[in-house]
Design a protein around this ligand. Structure first.
Ligand code: EPU
Length: 422
C-alpha cells in the first residue's frame, strides 16, 4: 500500500453478499488519546487497521508512551513512560484528530504543546471551543509559534456551555474533566455514539461520567484512572457506506458486526430511496434488486440527525436516482468537492451555497477522478460502482485513512475493483 495507489473500478455489477464492519475510526482515535489518562496499561480491541490509527500510535510513541500493536490490531498503551507532552505539526497536519491529546495531557501532566491544526479540505474547522473549555477548567493557554501551549496545576470542574455542538470538542473536554477537582457539566454536548463509547471507555478506567449520549454530560473528577481492556464500537459511517453501495448498484448487501440503532437516520433515507431494509441485533440488510433508487433530500446535522460523514455517499446515490434530490450541508462549509468530480462522470448537479440540487441521470460514465477528503473519496468509489466503463479513483490515501481494506470488502461483494500503483 503506497500513497500513490489508485483504485480501478469496472462499474455495473449489482453487489451481493455479506461484509463485516470494522471498529469505528472516530471512536478509536479519542480512546487511544484517552489512554494517556491512565495509571496502568490500557488494551483496546476491535481497532480498525487504518492510517489514522497508525498516526495516533506514532503520536503516542513520540510522547514516550509504550505502545504495542499485535497482529489482530489489539493495541496496548502504557502511558506511565510519557516524558514529552507535545503533538508536533508534522503529525497534526496529517491528522487533525491529534488535537484529542490536548485535554488528556493537560489533565494528567499539567502541560501540553499541541500544534494548531490549520484549515482543511472540508472547512475552516477552528478549535476555539476546545481552548475556551480548557481555560474555563483552569488551564493557562497561549498560542505561540503555531502551537497551543497549555499549562495547569490540577484542573477545576466548571460548567461549560458549548457554543456549537462539537464532537472532538466534547471529547477533549470530557477527557480533561475526568481528572479535574470537582464537578464539570458540559451543556450542548455532542450526542454522537463515539462520544458515548469514549465515555464508556473512561468509565471502565474508573471515571465518573453521567449523561453521555444526551446534551448534558456531568463529570465528577477523580484522583486517578486505572488500566482497562475495551472493545471499540462498530463504525456507523463504514456501515452506511456499504449499505449505499448495495443500494446504488441495485444489489442486496448484508453488513454484520454493526449497530443498527446508530444508523436510524441513514436507514430512513435508504427506505425513502426505495430499498427494503431489514435489521437484527448486529446486522442490517439492504435490498434494491431490480429497482432504480428514488432521489432523497438530505440535511446534515449533529447526531441523531443525518451525519455529515454520509452526505457524499447519498449524493452519489442521488446522481443515478429517479427524480431530484437536495443535499444541504450544515456542518462544514466546503464539503462538496465530490460534486464537482461526479459532474465529470456525467452527474447533473447544481450548487447553491451549502445546497446541492441533484437531477438523477440514467447512467454515469467512468472517468479518472480524485478527491481531497475521506468521505468524498468514498462517494467517488460508489459512483464508480455504477458508472459505465472503468473509473479510476486517485489519491486513495484519503480512503485508507478511514476504510479498512475497502477493495477487499467490495471484492467480497462481487465488485470489480483493483488497487493499482499509480
Ligand atoms: N467548531 C467550531 N469550533 C470548535 C470546534 C468545532 O466552530 O472549537 C465547528 C466546526 O467548524 C464545525 C462544527 O463545529 O462547523 C462541528 O465540527 P466538530 O467539532 O463536531 O467536528 P470534529 O470533531 O472536528 C468529528 C469527526 C468528523 C465528523 C465531525 C462531524 C472525528 C475524529 N472527526 O470532527 O469526521 O465529520 O465530527 O460529525 O471524530 C471523518 O471521519 O471523515 C470526519 C471528518
Amino acid at each position: 500500500m503506497t500513497d500513490v495507489d489508485k483504485l480501478q473500478i469496472q462499474g455495473g455489477v449489482p453487489l451481493e453478499g455479506e461484509v463485516r464492519i470494522s471498529g469505528a475510526k472516530n471512536a478509536t482515535l479519542p480512546i487511544l488519546a484517552g489512554a494517556l489518562l491512565s495509571d496502568g496499561p490500557v488494551v483496546v480491541g476491535n481497532v480498525p487497521h487504518l492510517k489514522d490509527v497508525t498516526t495516533t500510535v506514532e503520536l503516542l510513541g513520540g510522547m514516550g508512551a509504550t505502545v504495542t500493536v499485535d497482529e489482530r490490531m489489539r493495541i496496548e498503551v502504557d502511558a506511565t513512560t510519557v516524558r514529552n507532552y507535545s503533538a508536533p505539526y508534522d503529525l497534526v497536519k496529517t491528522m487533525r484528530a491529534s488535537i484529542l491529546v490536548l485535554g488528556p495531557l493537560v489533565a494528567r501532566y499539567g502541560r501540553a504543546d499541541v500544534s494548531l491544526p490549520g484549515g482543511c479540505a472540508i472547512g475552516a474547522r477552528p478549535v476555539n471551543i476546545h481552548v475556551a473549555g480548557l481555560q474555563a477548567l483552569g488551564a493557562d493557554i497561549t498560542i505561540e509559534g503555531g502551537y497551543i501551549r497549555a499549562r495547569a496545576a490540577r484542573l477545576r470542574g466548571a460548567r461549560l456551555v458549548l457554543e456549537t455542538v462539537t464532537v472532538t470538542g466534547t471529547e477533549n473536554l470530557m477527557m480533561a474533566a475526568v481528572l479535574a477537582k470537582g464537578e464539570t457539566v458540559i451543556e450542548n454536548a455532542a450526542r454522537e455514539p463515539e462520544v458515548v463509547d469514549l465515555a464508556n471507555f473512561l468509565i471502565s478506567m474508573g471515571a465518573k461520567i453521567h449523561g453521555a449520549g444526551g446534551d448534558k454530560i456531568v463529570i465528577e473528577g477523580v484522583e486517578r484512572l486505572h488500566g482497562t481492556t475495551y472493545e471499540v464500537l462498530p463504525d456507523r459511517i463504514e456501515s452506511g457506506t456499504y449499505l449505499v453501495a448495495g443500494a446504488i448498484t441495485g444489489g442486496h448487501v448484508r453488513i454484520k458486526n454493526t449497530r443498527p440503532d446508530h444508523l436510524d437516520a441513514v436507514l430512513v433515507k435508504l427506505q425513502e430511496a426505495g430499498a427494503t431494509v431489514a435489521t437484527g441485533d448486529t446486522w442490517v440488510e439492504v435490498d434494491m434488486r431490480g429497482r432504480r433508487p428514488r432521489a432523497v433530500d438530505v440535511r446534515t446535522a449533529p447526531y441523531p440527525a443525518f451525519p455529515t460523514d454520509m452526505q457524499a455517499q447519498f449524493a452519489a446515490l442521488n446522481t443515478v436516482a429517479s427524480g431530484v434530490g437536495t443535499i444541504i450541508e450544515t456542518i462544514f462549509e466546503n464539503r462538496f468537492m465530490h460534486m464537482l468530480e461526479m459532474r465529470r462522470m456525467g452527474a447533473e448537479i447544481r450548487l447553491e451555497g451549502n445546497t446541492a440540487i441533484i437531477h438523477g441521470v440514467t447512467r454515469l460514465t467512468a472517468a479518472p477522478v480524485m478527491a481531497t477528503d475521506l468521505r468524498a473519496s468514498a462517494s467517488l468509489v460508489l459512483a464508480g460502482l455504477v458508472a459505465e466503463g472503468r473509473t479510476e479513483v486517485e489519491r486513495i490515501y484519503h480512503i485508507d485513512r478511514g476504510y479498512e481494506a475497502i477493495e477487499e470488502k467490495l471484492l467480497q461483494l462481487g465488485a470489480h475493483i483493483k488497487r493499482v500503483p499509480h
